[in-house]
Design a protein around this ligand. Structure first.
Ligand SMILES: Nc1ncnc2c1ncn2[C@@H]1O[C@H](COP(=O)(O)OP(=O)(O)OP(=O)(O)O)[C@@H](O)[C@H]1O
Ligand SMILES: [Mg+2]
Length: 273
């Protein structure tokens, strides 16, 4: 199995939100690689949810289709993956103006929460790929992927995020899973039940974008599992190497040590065509 994010295994809660420092940074590739990491760690039913898919007409293949293609190319059985879109908009823009052009109402954050909780019922891992970067508005009410993360953290069936020390990197075993899957005293040695991964570029400028995005997430109470480099070239230049080294040993941000979970090699999954 071609599993570039094997280092993320201990950070995979039941639900993982995937956001980025920008659009086009490799969130879809990272989502596919996280699905593969989950599969390799024993998750057998994995769902990918894209709350807002913009820039798509008719049956155009969207990001969840790409995740399925990439995961299959890495060796994951297609039947292990469920792919769901919340809402599809035709314009390649942020959701509010795209919805205005299409003349439709955007789904509320509560509708996305309900959908994700429904997927949690029947899956071992739910991956949620946001639109664009951290502070892009998802609904018509100024809510972002950070608000969606915080809302999910508040209703996680295994307790609130306060019970999970962030980023301790211990074994993903939860007492609640061993019992009836929903109740019991949480074993807080496992990963947070809902966590967020930030996907970044390795290129010049990424340190500022990554640190700003992490600050924004942590400031809003989001449980950040770590950073992933969305596309890591086969022959990195000095800037990219130096950025990777820096991101692998970030200074504490608001008391949080945010790890670099790994990097998706450029061209990963290309064998699928
Ligand atoms: N690991 C990779 N290998 C090869 N190409 C990649 C990789 N990561 C990203 N790319 C390239 O960058 C483009 C953007 O990647 P991706 O679609 O994953 O970004 P995104 O952050 O999900 O974008 P969006 O904001 O549109 O959802 C891809 O179409 C692909 O061309
Ligand atoms: Mg994408």
């Amino acid at each position: 199995m071609n599993n570039p994010l094997s280092g993320s295994t201990n950070s995979l809660g039941r639900t993982v939100l995937v956001t980025g420092t920008d659009t086009d940074v490799g969130k879809t590739y990272a989502t596919a690689a996280l699905a593969v990491a989950g599969w390799c760690a024993g998750r057998r039913r994995i769902a990918v949810y894209k709350p807002q898919q913009t820039g798509m007409h008719g049956d155009d293949p969207g990001d969840v289709h790409d995740v399925a293609r990439l995961a299959r190319a890495a060796g994951m059985p297609p039947e292990a993956l469920t792919t769901v879109e919340g809402q599809r908009l035709t314009e390649p823009m942020a959701p509010p103006p795209a919805a205005a052009i299409d003349g439709v109402e955007l789904l509320a954050i509560s509708a996305h929460v309900a959908k994700i909780l429904e997927l949690q019922e029947s899956h071992d891992l739910v991956l949620v790929e946001g639109s664009g970067g951290v502070l892009v508005e998802l609904d018509g009410d100024r809510h972002t992927i950070a608000d969606l993360a915080v809302a999910l953290q508040g209703v996680a069936p295994w307790g609130t995020v306060d019970q999970w020390p962030m980023n301790q990197g211990t074994a993903p075993v939860r007492q609640a899973d061993a019992a009836d899957g929903r109740v019991g005293t949480p074993d807080t040695t496992g990963p947070a039940p809902v966590s967020t991964v930030l996907v970044a570029r390795p290129d010049l400028g990424t340190l500022n974008h990554t640190l700003l995005s992490l600050e924004a997430l942590l400031h809003r109470g989001v449980a950040v599992a770590g950073v992933v480099l969305g596309s890591w070239p086969g022959e990195p230049d000095r800037v990219q190497e130096s950025n990777r080294e820096y991101l692998a040993d970030l200074p504490a941000i608001q008391g949080n040590h945010i790890p670099l979970l790994g990097a998706v090699p450029t061209g990963w999954g290309s064998q699928a065509g």
